[in-house]
Design a protein around this ligand. Sequence first.
Ligand code: GAL
Length: 703
Amino acid sequence: MTFFFGCDYYPEQWAQWLDEGEARWETDAGMMAAAGFNTVRLAEFAWGLLEPEPEQFDFAWLDRAIAVLHRHGLSIVLGTPTAAPPPWLLHAHPDLTQVDENGRRQGPGTRREACANHPAYQARSRLIVERMASHYAGHPALIGWQTDNEFGCHDTGRCFCPHCARAFQTWLRQRYGDLAALNKAWGGTFWGETYHAWEHIPAPLRSTAERNPGHLLDYFRFSSDSWVAYHRAQIDILRRACPGQFITHNLMGFAPQINYYDLSQGLDFVSWDNYHYHGATPAAIAAAHDHMRGVLRRHFWVIEQQVGQVNWSVYNPATPPGFTRLKTYQSIAHGADGMIYFRWRQALAGSEQYHSGLLDHAGQITPSYAEAAQIGREMQTLAPLLAGAEPQAQAAILLDYDSRWALEIQPHNQHLRGNVAEDHELHLPALQMDSFNPQDGPPYMTGRNWLAWPFLAPYVALWEKNIGVDIIAPAADLSRYPLVCAPFLHLLRPEIIATLQSYVHGGGTLVLGPRAGYKDAHNRLFATPQPGPLADLAGVHVRFFDSLEPRRANHLHWRSIPTTHDAIINLWAEVLQPRDAAVLASYGADWYAGQPAITHARRGKGQVIYVGCMGGPALYHILFDWLLPPIGVAAPLAPVAGVEVAVRQATDGRRLIFLLNHTAESRTLSLPQPGTDLLSGQRHERLLHLHAGQVAVFELRDG
Ligand code: GAL
């Protein structure tokens, strides 16, 4: 198979900045080819150059750049350039920029500032995409399209401008049909929010007091749908004009504002941009890969991979030797079919001057270029073996946008907001899992992945145990997974309830996390005890819950699980009332010491564990050590701290095992069978020594 390997390149910048002008393209293309690259992504912000004046199109410079790259054997992915509207468009329509929830209009002139519902932005976007598509359709260098760039980046998933307010009213009419249904769904009688005309319904700007949760959740859905529709228009144009080329979009891991399952419909595969902000752990990055693969349940590309410092994090550490190679193989281990490095060369002028490239600003090669070139050589052996080899996942973790949004709207504990846009700007501390110290402040992951750590706790425990995971939508087909965890299924839609019931009755093991089943599809509480429609399945209900300030940590007493390990509880504790479930653990402290915290019920051929408290990976390690052996979930290799083990398996039984040392020290592993490292060509008997940051890949054969 082809492994798509290359970089993000901005030929227009170098033509402008260097005295040698376009002649530099030749040098760059030669160096790309020398590194083993076969793919380059271009033009995703070039609207202002491709259409410098309204309907005056200039593709000549891009044609020349593509011709140079193609001559060096490089294929092209073109970005539709709509993330950066040109100055003339912004000038003609001062209301084209977004309005934030405080009513503040964004200024023009950076990127992503446009409103998805602005008619001129929509029409002009369609035109540039049509023109680009018809100009490049059938071009021999073109292999695919990237739509736009990172929908929702820079906190732009939700706009509150008058265009959006009107579009929201239309969206509501279509959804509810009549105002009585809407009023019932939002239940706003308490503060007199009963609407008698669609035109009276506002975009829910921030105001004096708490906003109506039903109104807000629908606005979040509407905002997401607005970008989905804007995106769909581009997909349709490209599909018609270029049926032979793939279409992808660059997602951002766990970014919060746009429903990625919806946004990705119509794409051939998703791509994502993998940046290692201050505080990201290898497990958190692995989780993001597993979610990106789970969005369409297909392989993906990393279409932007950090290769040195970023310019936007709280601190911007230099990357250690081996970083680019380690991150590349981690991506491949999790199912990447493409690896495109951002960026080719550090910029001399304009935005992001402090962002590293494979070449530094002076055009000198960096250690990451050398690592990329090494990977280019290694892929000659590895790429053919990747064909048909699927990342092995024995467990699924369910991630639902409605639940995330409902918790964002009413976290009920300020440390559980779950989503903090651009929180790297807030100087929050790095992700600290079990070592979370309340003195340090909120336990968020900082930066671009925007997910509170309690969601990731079961993931991290499975990752540390070398168990592969898919992170998928809750109403997906779950039948292939022996284990399913739903750490935050706060809001239940009917199809989720049905999926979980049939999964468990069919023999599945479901681990529900705290706050499950409290809310219905309209963000109202169910009129039955939590977890509402899942209470019978779980054999338990919640008597009451406690929202803990960080200093009030609790701990568990395990009952039927033999362990000497302790598990700390933070931030959230539900006191459970078993109906026909056994108590696995109870609280160790506070005025409800001794009361049930975790229960276990057998149902049909399956079982449900209800975890009513929020703990870190240590809690899930104890639980999984007890739970996994009887259901046949086992690791391919005994865990060694800091070494990631991931398996890709082909239908013929062939297995590739990736061993990634994420630590700054050497580690020794016991191999399941003697073998030859496909990357180094070295044969190893039973023991393998991996030095800091080192990777090895073995092919395992059955028997
Ligand atoms: C991404 C973006 C790129 C570049 C990069 C810098 O969000 O798509 O254009 O800005 O971040 O880290």
